[in-house]
Design a protein around this ligand. Structure first.
Ligand code: GRF
Length: 225
């Protein structure tokens, strides 16, 4: 794929940045339909910033402390995205609620990864809540971002089993491994125009469901003893 045909993606992070790293890794392949052109963090101490820098990806810190209120903070992020000529925004562990005005500007072009099978377990502490609820299947979801938190049209989901004796940590690691597969796959679909948001749902075209492009169910997870 020619460089100009690749969609320009900016990733928003607040911390560790492992999902961001999975997108960067996928985009190293010149055939991947998107390139990561920038990373924006609301926290200067986000570890993901260092990872981005090692890949020579431009980073910018836009801290809420420097702005008077959420609207002004989001306006500054919008400005940074515009400067980076972002075409797609990926939220990857971005831990602040976005204002409806900002979301509106990027609707259909902004996606998020959530560590649960939505619409179950919106919000925080998803693995602890999954364990407490006793679900036997858990996972992760990539969805379009809409003003309501963790509520937008679902693009793709991956499921993992909840194993007897799982802790929040072991379950979280199993889900995270799937996140790192699911997010690049979802970004690919969006960047290639094979999924779009229309009428409040995700609409797919030219997607081969049978190959697992839109859904991965307990993929290759085996108990090792
Ligand atoms: C991930 O579990 C993601 O699903 C959630 O926040 C976490 C971020 O982890 N939205 P990382 O920063 O990508 O490692």
């Amino acid at each position: 794929m020619t460089k100009s045909a690749r969609k320009r993606v900016v990733v928003l992070i607040s911390g560790r940045g492992s999902n961001m790293a999975s997108l960067i890794a996928a985009a190293i392949d010149p055939a991947f339909p998107a390139e990561i052109v920038g990373v924006i963090s609301n926290r200067a101490d986000a570890r993901g910033l260092e990872i981005a820098a090692t890949h020579s990806i431009p980073t910018k810190v836009v801290s809420a402390r420097d702005y008077d209120g959420r609207a002004a903070h989001d306006a500054a992020i919008h400005e940074a995205l515009t400067q980076m000529k972002a075409e797609i925004v990926c939220l990857a562990g971005y831990m602040r609620l976005l204002t409806p005005d900002f979301v509106q500007k990027w609707m259909g072009r902004m996606i998020n990864i959530h560590p649960a099978l939505l619409p179950n377990f919106r919000g925080l502490d998803t693995h602890a809540r999954a364990l407490a609820t006793g679900v036997r299947v858990h996972g992760c979801t990539v969805h379009f971002v809409t003003p309501e938190m963790d509520d937008g049209p679902i693009i793709a989901q991956a499921a993992v089993p909840v194993l007897i004796g799982d802790s929040e940590e072991t379950l979280g690691q199993r889900v995270l491994r799937m996140e790192h597969r699911l997010y690049p796959l979802s970004l690919r679909l969006l960047a290639e125009g094979r999924v779009r948001m229309s009428g409040g749902v995700a609409v797919f075209s030219n997607v081969a469901d049978e190959t697992g492009e839109t859904a991965i169910v307990s993929p290759g997870e085996r108990r090792r003893r």
